[in-house]
Design a protein around this ligand. Structure first.
Ligand code: ZN
Length: 424
């Protein structure tokens, strides 16, 4: 098996880390995908050389047993099925860790764990304070969680970046400069805001992807692609709500939030492809477009993350307007989550028609159909400026700053100082 991919998707093994997703390590046995699975992870003695064994930890959303015998560490994991097993990535390495408790609306305590591996000098106290505040804000809004405990697994690297959601955990890779410093200012630096945004994004996915999901991802056949026009709903809503919750939880202030929003808006206006590909199409074609991007991607298409976040913003503000201030996007999410909880398996798969049914409870259905026609299935320019203005926020384009760098045909230029390492 291949174990040298420094991403959150597959597996990585070197002298410092043993990391894996079982999708890359174990095959499913046809016809037995629903039988209980036991996995043992044996750490070779050679891996322990030079390590502080008191810091050697297994991070994983699954409960584990630990045995230390004849100089070897071994861990046991038990999953209810193959599909269950592949939802629990793990990491064994020297790690820093803190625990914290979040309370749901019935004052039940939910245990949370945060693991950090890799070289770093992060301010762990500050990290704990901010992450706790963000997670509590989600529980205050959603009432309860689709898990009893939650595990954040983070690897601090030089440049790499990524995150993947799981039912009660998330696997993250972040540049170490995005972690809080010992003298982190009260308002987090833009780098640190990016990391907090990533944590917020993946955490929300536990409700909004793992619990409420596109119908085609409910009983998924792993041998083939699952096509859905709704990735904009799941990644777009999440990309809007992740930053929104940083502000709602008080971790960042309003001006910082508006800056993050402005970045999304800039990205949208700088993507010429928004006139050619709808977010429904962008979602459906993710397998062959967004995940296989090339030099023409920005001209021919739009990201369902970026435009999806702005459609979520527009939908939020339209709901407010059409319901005379009574309802918001958050009510739509909560209505779906409530439906999921009523199912036996505590999950729900939704399609485009379900979107109409639920949104229609919060604003006139004709208004939603018109919105969907223009901005979801169509490529009409989003009414961002008008909707923000109706809520007292004005938009200005700072063309003076960008005039010098103006290049035709949607080309982009970035100025980077010559890196001595890259020319050595
Ligand atoms: Zn996501």
């Amino acid at each position: 098996m291949y174990c040298y991919d420094l991403s959150v998707r597959t597996a990585y093994v070197d002298q410092q880390r043993l990391y894996g997703n079982f999708t890359s390590l174990t095959l499913a046995v046809e016809g037995q995908e629903h039988r209980a699975v036991q996995a043992s992870l044996a750490v070779p003695a050679a891996f322990l050389a030079g390590k502080d064994e008191s810091r050697l930890l297994l991070a994983c959303g699954l409960e584990s047993t630990h045995l230390r015998l004849d100089g070897q560490h071994s861990y046991g994991l038990q999953a209810s099925s193959y599909h269950d097993l592949i939802d629990y990535p793990f990491e064994i390495a020297e790690q820093d860790k803190f625990d914290f408790i979040i309370q749901d609306s019935t004052h039940q305590t939910l245990h949370h764990r945060f693991y950090l591996s890799g070289k770093h000098s992060a301010n762990m106290g500050r990290l704990q304070q901010d992450i706790t505040q963000i997670c509590q804000c989600y529980l205050d809004w959603l009432g309860d969680a689709p898990f009893n405990d939650y595990t954040f697994m983070t690897f601090a690297s030089g440049q790499d970046y990524g995150g993947l959601e799981h039912i009660n955990s998330t696997s993250l890779i972040t540049p170490r400069r995005d972690l809080p410093t010992l003298d982190e200012p009260k308002i987090p630096s833009t780098d640190y805001q990016r990391f907090l945004g990533l944590c917020s994004h993946e955490y929300f996915h536990s409700w909004w992807v793992k619990t409420v999901r596109p119908d085609v991802m409910l009983d998924v056949d792993l041998r083939r692609e699952a096509f859905t026009p709704l990735l904009w709903v799941f990644e777009g809503f999440t990309s809007y709500i992740d930053d929104f919750m940083l502000q709602a939880s008080g971790v960042i202030d309003k001006p910082s939030y508006l800056k993050l929003l402005a970045e999304q808006i800039n990205r949208y206006y700088q993507t010429a492809g928004r006139a050619y590909q709808s977010i429904a199409e962008s979602s459906f074609d993710a397998w062959i477009k967004l995940y296989r991007n090339d030099e023409n991607t920005g001209n021919a298409g739009i990201s369902y993350y970026n435009k999806g976040a702005l459609v979520a913003l527009c939908l939020d503000l339209t709901l407010l307007q059409k319901s005379n201030g009574r309802y918001r996007l958050f009510d739509v999410v909560k209505a779906f989550y409530t439906q999921a909880k009523q199912n036996d398996n505590k999950r729900i798969g939704i399609n485009s028609a379900d979107m109409g049914t639920v949104i229609g409870q919060f604003m006139p259905i004709e208004d939603w159909e018109d919105f969907e026609y223009r901005y979801v299935n169509g490529v009409e320019e989003l009414p961002i400026e008008a909707l923000l203005a109706a809520n007292g926020i004005s938009m200005h384009s700072n063309s003076k700053e960008t005039a010098d760098k103006h290049v035709p045909w949607g080309m982009r230029c970035t100025e980077t100082p010559l890196d001595s390492k890259s020319i050595a």
